[in-house]
Design a protein around this ligand. Structure first.
Ligand SMILES: Cc1cc2nc3c(=O)[nH]c(=O)nc-3n(C[C@H](O)[C@H](O)[C@H](O)COP(=O)(O)OP(=O)(O)OC[C@H]3O[C@@H](n4cnc5c(N)ncnc54)[C@H](O)[C@@H]3O)c2cc1C
Length: 249
């Protein structure tokens, strides 16, 4: 993960959240232990940016790769306690997955608003196309999906709050709901953007229309940003059936 937050970090040109093994795992089934998190400045000697991809969406940020060779950083760049790196990474994923779901709710709502304005004014066969059931019923279904997803996301955000403030839910119980948000909301948002694009016909497919931007951005969350969809299924399955049912063990 790229970090660019504070002024001090920006003066260093930003940097990466990196985890590294700092002690051997206590057993083969506890590979997640003995990992520590670090902030590695992009300008630290030995760090080299090796790749930069032009992604199809999310133009405000880029993705890519970097290599590290004999990089030495002070202990003050350690993030959290030694050995806690896996847990803090997972905490980061949890927060980010809720935010992704919330982002997708907003994107879907805006797509529907744009779509509704359009289908009320665009006429075909002498009628606004919003009068045709083929479009109106899809709108009703999409709005219903969106509101159901909103309830799931709000409930999950509340659970996450309660977990930190009142220790009310276990981290794994919350993680199950967080994975449900990450699994459900980005594909739903993608479908809504696709429907609206199709309602808007050739104009919808043009870059004059803002829907393509939403569609390309949302796809990043379906593809993998903050975890692939099948990984969310594994998390949910594990919490429903127990650790003995983890498919890769
Ligand atoms: C826009 C964007 C930003 C990103 N930012 C960061 C970042 O800041 N830091 C970072 O470290 N990474 C980042 N990533 C990488 C992201 O975490 C990975 O893309 C994601 O974890 C998927 O890994 P992968 O791309 O290697 O795909 P793979 O792991 O190769 O997965 C490919 C396909 O196989 C499926 N699959 C994999 N394993 C299983 C399994 N066990 N069972 C069933 N299906 C499976 C997946 O669901 C997926 O459909 C980013 C990705 C994107 C798209």
């Amino acid at each position: 993960m790229y970090i660019s937050g504070t002024e001090e970090v920006q003066q260093m040109g930003g940097g990466y959240w990196v985890t590294a093994r700092t002690s051997p795992p206590p057993s083969p089934s506890a590979m997640h232990k003995g990992i520590t998190g670090f902030f590695v400045p992009i300008k630290a000697p030995g760090v080299e940016v090796t790749k930069r991809f032009d992604d199809v969406g999310r133009m405000g940020i880029s993705t890519g790769g970097f290599s590290m060779k004999n990089v030495r950083i002070p202990d003050s760049y350690r993030l959290g306690n030694e050995g806690d790196g896996f847990y803090s990474t997972m905490e980061g994923f949890d927060g980010a997955r809720i935010l992704i779901a919330a982002t997708c709710l907003g994107a879907s709502r805006r797509c529907l608003e744009i779509g509704m304005d359009y289908i009320k004014q665009r006429k075909a066969f002498g009628q606004p196309i919003g009068k045709f059931e083929g479009i109106q019923f899809e709108l009703a279904d999409d709005w219903t999906e969106l509101e159901a997803a909103r309830s799931l996301v709000y409930r999950t955000a509340w659970m996450d709050d309660e977990r930190y403030k009142h220790n009310k839910f276990s981290p794994l119980e919350v993680a199950k709901y967080i994975s449900a948000c990450k699994l459900k909301v980005p594909p739903m948002a993608m479908h809504i953007a696709e429907h609206v694009m199709i309602w808007m016909g050739a104009y919808g497919y043009s870059q004059e229309c803002p829907i393509d931007m939403a569609w390309r951005g949302i796809m990043s969350y379906c593809v993998g940003a903050e975890g692939a969809l099948n990984i969310q299924r594994i998390v949910i399955g594990r919490e429903l059936l127990g650790k003995d049912f983890i498919p890769y063990k």
